[in-house]
Write a protein of this length. Structure first.
Lengths: 306, 726
């Protein structure tokens, strides 16, 4: 705890930012919606940081959203939740998550890079990013590397970021177009401006013969980090969906998650959502989006791109 | 300009007097005030729920920085705050009884330095086992610390025959326990105050507060001075809901001592987390019913034991408990009825006033119990409840009579029609995922019995200036509810002058008479009437005199006896009445509740301003729905678990999107233009209607609130079915 002023850098280009980062282990502040809160003192006082701060919110290099030549969606790490929710280039699951993150003011400042770096098990964007095999691009003066988001987030509040690196981009190879059915449901602490009690993201594609070609499932707020298990997904791959198979998936996934608070609720809601999604897919429900029950309409929901 | 057509019905909406200043950001809140050489104070509090303070290790304090504690209280001064009772300590001395108990203030000119010093203070405790819940308190966990049984206060009421002997004649006697949780006020503006020492040895307090006269009376004993030597000036207050009725005393007492010690102005503002963690809450409650029934399900006798979690200090809680017990029979007349109330001591932050003041807990309990009784006999709750509706002339739980006409049938008709209750109640089968619920409630206006004349003795003054403007002088505060528009409107209508000609400033205790607290749904019906009467007297002298004052004193109507010793007689002359229906859909996957409609009708007498009343209804109903659903406030081991706006969940407009509200015109004989109290009434019933609806949708009995999503799921998995034997 110190009364000294906080040393603060405001680079104008990514190049400058990487330069600074190579010399100073500065805390990177983009939207500030996590850092300004976690470091605040009482009213009328400025927040305290134990390291210098580098503000990257104005770097235009981090603000772009485009589709690369492999058809992957590339999202600048400095893009805000509002920008992602509004962009038709972004995958549906991610847009939904961005659109239901916190309040409008927060969505206008919180960035996807920051949401990943915060590595909260209740974070909104990791669920869809795990589901869609997203990678983060990490840059330093010496080059860049790409790491799957699910590896980059090591555990609760811990990420695989070197001292001289900056998260510059999030690359999402899949979108709802790659699936026949999609599901995204956040049970928040309330209907808006809410933190996740549990969020489940799912996607499924059939082969022509009705066997499952691809099934994915991720859940947030069900353990120390977002949960996805390829072993569980494999149970159903290449097979026709049956009630017995659904139960097998449900039971197997139940072993993957480890919610500490409200475990009965989180487990039961997860089980019910998986059952609902798979059985609705099995009966070839109309429309691409499966909701938690017939007639349910999430206020402000985003329509998927076809 | 505020335009008000004086020839039309007073109920028609007028633009609020404070609307423009507040929306343009011109109103000055306590944070906006700068005082000369003002010091900044931060509270140092107990971090344990119960124990002895062994040692306080202070850092070296630089010149101009102070530590203020009970040791600074001068000879003759008292270490308590007078909040009805006098047990709440201004500062903890050698022991602490709850997390957050004030131990001292660290005071100095620089905010950062004060904060740094505060972080360095180390307090060593000898911890003792705390009692946290009502059950802990009753079981005297850790040993009783109040009386021999941890019961702060107790009362008993009986109507009709002895219930135990009636129970012997009953076909069966069923029991049920209904519980409610803590609720945080979440006023927009957190608590804050400043104490300024004056050159003549007096003190001026500036505070965000509901009751300036309460503060003066409460803190004067700390310095053992005449309350008149303290002037309290209310600053624009951004919401209160009861949370600033007595609680500002907890800031102002220590600030007074700090100003006395330092000789300088001392200011303190709570930040949001600090305010949520360290302020009073609504009393958690537990109501245990035993109801005797005949073979057709008719109620022959009812017994209720009402337990409120009072916390470590009694303060105003006995009065809260009384109101709870007076409302436990709801809108019903039962032939034989007994209630016993217990204010239970625990090592939690003392509970205090919150919109409804004890009535919402017991009203939720009786409504929910009545539903469950009805369902046990396969009867629609509406039909069952309507058999017992209380009417004019019927006997209340204090053996008084209902004086006024009760318009529940008319109000019910409005709500039934708008909500289509009858069809939906039949169509939505138990457990179908859809449900509609209904509740009935009331709220006794103003202080209980003869409290207004025996205790408060409200006074109000009107001053006419030569230019034809009139000033209203009394202690009632504007805290967002609209009262500083209501009174000028009443005066203007009587005097037939434009509202702009009526001045009504935030009270300053040195220049206005004490008209009692802004609480208890009394401001409009009691003080409004005093203003109406004063204005009528003023009107008669208007043309003859240029400048003069009229003062009116409260007079209790004759013929409605009340005995405060035995709680017998006419508890309230005018009740507000309410009917509320709520329709929901429950997500079978997740237990999430979607509210499809909220319909209410209220009787507030003849309304003074429809727009302000709409604001009260929308806010109060929503606040009640929040209490029932998302507003979880747990206390674990003496610590509140929810401490910020991101984990204490007040509902948003998406949670309860739509409300339709109705009124009946039922002029109240002793109110201004026929108006009576309504501010708390509108809170009292929505929780029960909501829980009734959710319970029917999932087909399970719900007996405890709050009932957030995860709790709905647990009921869906393991709950008792609707209709099962209690």
């Amino acid at each position: 705890m110190s009364m000294e002023e906080v040393k603060c850098y405001m680079p104008e280009t990514l190049e400058q930012a990487l330069e600074i980062k190579s010399k100073v282990n500065a805390i990177i502040l983009a939207g500030g919606s996590d850092l300004m809160v976690s470091n605040k003192r009482t009213i009328g006082l400025t927040p305290v940081f134990d390291r210098p701060v580098m503000i990257v919110r104005n770097l235009s290099e981090l603000k772009k959203i485009y589709i690369n030549d492999k058809g992957e969606c590339c999202i600048g790490a400095g893009c805000t939740s509002s920008e992602i929710a509004a962009s038709k280039l972004c995958p549906w699951h991610l847009r939904q998550a961005a659109n239901r993150m916190g309040a409008i003011g927060l969505r206008n400042s919180a960035t996807i890079g920051g949401n990943i770096a915060n590595a909260s098990p209740k974070g909104d964007t990791p669920g869809p990013l795990y589901l869609l095999d997203a990678r983060v691009k990490l840059q330093s003066l010496h080059g860049s590397r790409e790491v799957p988001v699910s590896d980059f987030i090591v555990k609760f509040k811990t990420i695989d970021l070197h001292d001289d690196e900056i998260i510059t981009q999030v690359i999402v190879p899949y979108s709802e177009k790659d699936f026949d059915y999609v599901f995204w449901h956040k049970v928040g602490t309330r209907k808006a401006n809410a933190i996740s009690k549990i969020t489940v993201s799912m996607a499924l594609k059939f082969n022509k013969d009705d066997t499952v070609r691809d099934f994915r499932l991720s859940a947030t707020a069900t353990g120390s980090k977002t949960n996805r298990s390829r072993d569980v997904e494999k149970i159903i791959m290449g097979k026709k969906i049956s009630n017995a198979l659904i139960e097998e998936v449900v039971q197997a996934y139940d072993k993957v998650i480890s919610p500490r608070a409200m475990p009965e609720f989180r487990r039961e809601a997860t089980r019910r959502m998986i059952r609902r999604f798979l059985s609705e897919s099995e009966r070839h429900a109309k429309g691409k989006v499966i909701e938690t029950y017939d007639g349910y309409k999430m206020p402000g929901a985003i329509e998927p791109e076809n | 300009m505020i335009s008000e057509n004086l020839t039309r019905d007073i109920s028609r909406a007028m633009r609020r007097v404070d609307a423009v200043d507040k929306s343009e950001g011109r109103s000055k809140y306590i944070s906006d005030y700068d005082f000369k050489d003002c010091l900044w104070a931060r509270m140092v509090r107990s971090s344990i729920p119960r124990g002895k303070i062994k040692n306080i290790k202070l850092p070296q304090l630089p010149q101009g920085y102070y530590w203020v504690s009970y040791k600074d209280i001068p000879e003759g001064g008292h270490n308590y705050l007078h909040m009805i009772a006098t047990d709440w300590k201004c500062f903890a001395d050698d022991r602490v009884l709850y997390v957050g108990e004030t131990i001292g203030l660290i005071v100095g000119p620089d905010k950062t330095k004060v904060e740094d010093l505060r972080d360095l203070i180390e307090i060593e405790y000898e911890e003792e086992e705390p009692a946290v819940s009502i059950d802990d308190g009753v079981a005297c966990k850790g040993g009783a610390f109040i009386n021999e049984n941890n019961i702060h206060c107790h009362l008993k009421l009986e109507v009709g025959e002895d219930v135990e002997s009636v129970f012997k004649r009953c076909d069966r006697v069923v029991g049920e326990t209904i519980e409610t949780g803590f609720q945080e006020h979440v006023y927009l503006e957190t608590n804050g105050a400043c104490c300024v020492p004056e050159s003549n040895g007096n003190y001026t307090i500036y505070a965000s507060a509901q009751c300036p006269f309460y503060i003066r009376k409460s803190i004067a004993p700390v310095l053992n001075i005449d309350p008149e030597k303290i002037t309290v000036k209310q600053t624009t207050t951004g919401g209160a809901f009861g949370g600033k009725e007595h609680f500002p005393d907890v800031l102002c007492g220590p600030l007074l001592l700090a100003a006395y010690k330092t000789g300088k102005a001392v200011k303190m503002i709570f930040d949001r987390e600090e305010d949520i963690e360290n302020s009073v809450k609504r009393h958690p409650s537990k109501v245990v019913f035993r109801t005797g029934l005949d073979k057709d399900g008719n109620i022959l006798a009812m017994d209720s034991k009402v337990y409120y979690n009072v916390g470590a200090y009694l303060a105003s809680s006995y009065v809260v408990l009384q109101r709870g017990c007076f409302h436990v029979s709801g809108c019903y007349e039962f032939p034989n009825f007994r209630t016993e109330g217990f204010g239970v001591a625990t090592n939690t932050f003392p509970s205090c006033a919150f919109r409804g003041f004890g009535a919402p807990q017991t009203l939720f309990a009786i409504e929910t119990h009545m539903c469950h009784l009805a369902q046990m006999y396969g009867i629609d709750p509406l039909e069952y409840k309507s058999r017992y509706f209380i009417k004019q002339g019927d006997t209340t739980s204090t053996n008084g009579k209902i004086v006024e006409k009760v318009m529940i049938p008319e109000m019910l008709e409005q709500v039934l029609k708008a909500s289509d209750y009858r069809r939906k109640a039949k169509e939505y089968k138990a457990g179908s995922g859809k449900g509609i619920g209904i509740s009935f409630y009331n709220h006794g206006g103003a202080f209980t019995g003869n409290g207004e004349s025996a205790i408060i003795k409200a006074k109000c003054r009107l001053h006419k200036y030569p230019d034809g403007t009139v000033e209203i002088l009394n202690g009632q505060t504007e805290m967002g509810q609209g009262f500083h528009s209501i009174l000028p409107k009443i005066a203007a209508h009587v005097l037939e002058i434009p509202v702009e000609k009526v001045i009504y400033k935030d009270p300053d205790t040195s220049r206005v008479p004490d008209s009692g607290p802004t609480a208890a749904s009394r401001s409009t019906m009691i003080v409004g009437k005093l203003v109406e009467d004063a204005a009528r007297q003023m009107k008669m002298r208007w043309d003859k005199e240029e400048e003069f004052e009229v003062e009116t004193n409260y007079q209790h109507p004759e013929g409605f006896p009340w005995d405060q010793g035995t709680f017998q007689g006419y508890a309230y002359l005018g009740y507000g009445w309410g009917v509320c229906a709520v329709e929901v859909e429950v997500d079978p996957c997740t237990g999430e509740v979607t509210t499809k409609g909220v319909w209410s009708s209220h009787d507030g007498g003849h309304l003074i301003d429809e727009m302000i009343v709409h604001g009260q209804v929308n806010g109060g109903v929503l606040q009640g729905l929040g209490w029932a659903s998302t507003e979880v406030m747990q206390n674990v081991g003496g610590h509140f678990k929810q401490t910020s706006m991101s984990d204490y969940m007040v509902p948003t407009s998406r949670d309860f999107p739509k409300q339709e509200c109705f009124f009946v015109d039922n002029p109240y004989e002793w109110g201004p233009f026929g108006a009576k109290g309504l501010g708390e009434l509108v809170f009292n019933g929505s929780a029960a209607a909501y829980i009734d609806a959710v319970s029917r949708a999932i087909g399970k009995r719900i007996s405890s609130i709050p009932c957030p999503t995860e709790q709905v799921m647990l009921y869906m998995l393991d709950g008792k079915n609707i209709g099962e034997e209690l």
